[in-house]
Design a protein around this ligand. Structure first.
Ligand code: MN
Length: 308
């Protein structure tokens, strides 16, 4: 995205933020007004600075918007609303952030969408901390390192280590992207089964939900060594499929979009289940967030190639 359209988008974003803040001020307790008002002032200042950005680099601008966004998140979190927080539409606030491409070597560890202990007793807090903070972070760092190394290789036109860095890019990139989905497709109030069109597609592809669940579990338990079980929508075949991925990157089918992914690396379960992967797989079904899977499916299914 060029700087001008980015700035335009930022302007729209701040206008939306300010509109939203007016609603929030009406909703929150009197004692929270000051906090919100102080943030509002900073958003206004940012909006004004957008009219005079000749000397500001795109990166700097993005950083400013990001700080503002994170600060807003904190402000919102601390406020007692007179109506439930989750009924408020924050979609517009997140819009600008979603539209920004990740600059080379600047992937970030996404925050868990729930507390570390939220999936207890099925997945324990200690595992979540280790898994998210240590393992996922190392994939993010590895991916950034590989991207920067490849950028450097392009700059100096030296591709002697291309095989190494491409492998690192695939390994850490797949690790980062799959874990990002993995956190999203679980939730404390998970389990059960989906409904509507996704259930219909599952029935069509696998015979029944029970048969799907059985095949998915069996595939997960049988992954050779470390890896994943993945439910995908195949845009070419126009139907769902279950795949195994050894490690992260050895995915035998490409051109697919992961919908439901299960991490069966030992680090995902050994603190609680030791070598009992089957027990972990069974417990895991209780935290599957079908609402999120459906959301992914609804987007992914728009992709339909000509069938062959
Ligand atoms: Mn993992």
């Amino acid at each position: 995205m060029n700087k001008e359209s980015y700035v335009d988008q930022m302007k729209q974003w701040t206008e939306d933020l300010l509109k939203q803040q007016e609603t929030f001020i009406d909703l929150c307790d009197q004692r929270e007004h000051d906090k919100l008002a102080a943030w509002k002032e900073r958003v206004e200042k940012f909006r004004d600075s957008l009219n005079d950005i000749e000397d500001i680099e795109g990166e700097q601008l993005k950083k400013m918007a990001e700080d503002l966004y994170l600060e807003g998140e904190q402000v919102y979190t601390g406020i007692s609303f007179t109506q439930p927080f989750n009924e408020l539409d924050l979609g517009e606030v997140q819009f600008a952030e979603r539209q920004m491409a990740v600059p080379i070597g600047q992937h970030k560890l996404p925050p868990l969408p729930y507390p570390y202990n939220a999936l207890e007793p099925h997945i324990d807090q200690k595992t979540m901390r280790l898994h998210h903070d240590k393992h996922h972070r190392s994939y993010v760092e590895g991916l950034n390192k590989a991207e920067k190394a490849l950028q450097q290789a392009r700059l100096v036109n030296d591709y002697q280590l291309i095989k190494h860095w491409e492998r690192e890019l695939a390994f850490h990139g797949a690790g980062h992207y799959l874990h990002t989905i993995f956190w999203e497709i679980m939730c404390p109030e998970g389990g059960g089964k989906p409904s509507g069109e996704l259930l219909q597609e599952i029935n069509d592809a696998f015979g029944s939900f029970a048969q799907f669940q059985k095949q998915f579990s069996e595939a997960a338990k049988a992954v050779e060594g470390s890896g994943w079980a993945i439910l995908v929508w195949a845009p070419r075949a126009h139907r769902l499929e279950i795949l195994q991925a050894e490690k992260h990157q050895n995915l035998s089918q490409w051109d697919v979009i992961p919908l439901l992914v299960l991490d069966v690396w030992e680090h995902a379960y050994y603190l609680k289940h030791q070598n009992n992967r089957a027990g972990y797989v069974e417990a895991w079904w209780n935290v599957v967030c079908w609402k999120q899977v459906t959301k992914r499916f609804n987007e992914a299914k728009k992709l339909k190639w000509k069938p062959y």
